[in-house]
Design a protein around this ligand. Structure first.
Ligand SMILES: [Mg+2]
Length: 183
């Protein structure tokens, strides 16, 4: 069970995901969580480095789609700003990830999921057989229920790190981004 909660990669922010390495490992599509992954919770203000990251991903030929269980209006607004299609669904349930894969037209093995939550983004992506990337939340603001889940998430993260299954990669001053040890 613990391995299903372990991301393949753990980085401080989405902008520190090394796109060349993703492409090199055969990734052709990315499923993106929205809130606290690339915008602060409830915000539609997308930071310039994030826009540049998406532009680079598109330029490298990666297909992108968003997957969120947030309100339709908010998801569609951000989808419109970015020009990236969006699927809505309850993560970590399989239909949500299947809907995202259908939008991308990619197989699970060639698809990465990027998100800030272990029990939704990482668990759902792992169950679907995708490459999973965990980022540190962009802000501390979030649903009350999410704040409660974070306590359990911190315990899982601590456990994964103590067991040597996971390490935060790509921090300034380190040798760069590596792979989380997994499974
Ligand atoms: Mg999120």
């Amino acid at each position: 069970m613990l391995s299903m909660l372990c991301p393949d990669l753990y980085v401080p922010s989405i902008c520190q995901v090394d796109l060349s390495r993703l492409v090199a490992r055969g990734i052709n599509g990315m499923v993106l969580d929205i809130d606290n992954t690339f915008v602060d919770w409830g915000s539609s203000d997308i930071p310039a480095p994030v826009l540049a990251f998406f532009d680079e991903a598109k330029a490298r030929g990666l297909r992108l789609c968003m997957l969120s269980n947030n309100f339709r209006g908010r998801v569609e607004a951000i989808s419109g700003i970015l020009g990236i299609p969006a699927a809505r669904g309850l993560k970590p349930m399989r239909p949500a990830f299947r809907a995202a894969l259908a939008l991308l037209g990619t197989s699970p093995r060639e698809t990465a999921v990027i998100g800030d939550q272990i029990f939704t983004d990482v668990l759902g992506g792992n169950l679907a057989g995708m490459y999973t990337i965990l980022v540190i939340p962009t802000s501390r603001r979030e649903f009350v229920t999410t704040r409660i889940v974070r306590k359990l998430e911190r315990a899982v993260l601590g456990c994964l790190m103590r067991r040597g299954m996971l390490a935060l990669q790509g921090r300034a001053g380190t040798a760069g981004q590596g792979e989380a040890c997994r499974r």
